[in-house]
Design a protein around this ligand. Sequence first.
Ligand code: CA
Ligand code: CA
Ligand code: CA
Ligand code: CA
Length: 329
Amino acid sequence: DPHSGIREIDFGLGKSNRDVYLLGWQRHDNITHISLDYCIEDGIPAWFKIRATNNVYLRGVGHSDFPIIVDRSPPEPGVVFDGDNHGVDIDFQSMPHICANWQNFHDLQSGISKYTWGVGTNPGNDDVVSFHDIPHTVLQLCSMNISLTHNTTYYSTVFAYNAGHKRLNVSVISNGVLYDATPPMTGELRDGLDPHTDMMYSSESSSVSANWDGYDDPESGIGKYDVSVYRRHADIDSTNATSTIELIHGVTSLTPDTNYINWHHFHLHHGDFVYVQLDAVNKADNPTTTQSDGFTIDMTNPIMHFLGDGVNTGVDLQYSVSILDTKIG
Ligand SMILES: [Ca+2]
Ligand SMILES: [Ca+2]
Ligand SMILES: [Ca+2]
Ligand SMILES: [Ca+2]
């Protein structure tokens, strides 16, 4: 007040910008700044209020634009996962970009005001994706424009900042994700159940079997086998040399320790050509696809049969299966 001069200043703290419920008006001499020892309870928004009185007893009242929230405790840490599927952590990936998702960061007193996220090749580092601000409403993010190195592990670090006066933070580091750019090594896939001989003919109209070995992935390991079965039907129209291939068993996922199938729900006919497709999928979700060279259903010539003798089906089938199970087991 350039005319009459400030005579005194009243200072208060409000729960809103219209009251002084936290700290009633306190009178101070005409000074330019005020130091005050008052303990504001954590988490209570406090509005600073100033009331100035000039020498002719005219009063002006002002308040801060935002409340101050005193919060002496950092946020509670949550969890940080690798990958773009919220709530799910992955340990291997073949996609060439890095994603992270996180949850359960809390601050009871002042709330979360923002996150920062960074990615590094060591826990806590940000040599791959530099730490940068993320709005507090965002809980999942990817960085696309980076180049990853095969067989390298990447770690995401998330800092959560509270909204208190000191913007205290807590950080959590993911357990990492290994980038595996290569699909599994191809093994050997054979028709039938004999691990030493590929089956060329079968007389079993209801059965399809196959066995395999040698599939491996040195970086991420085999995660599963996806198996499907196809048939080229015997009813080949002489005018249509290219008969269609038919999927007769859709993809079934098998555990990585599986090394054969022996399924009995088919309705095959004499002359059908059957083959098995095996997708060896590594833990980074990258497949190597192999097809067996197939076998032909032959119901006419018992000598060609691999599994037992078609004349004495009951007896020989059991005998064959027990032998084969021994070999497989
Ligand atoms: Ca707190
Ligand atoms: Ca992980
Ligand atoms: Ca690999
Ligand atoms: Ca074969």
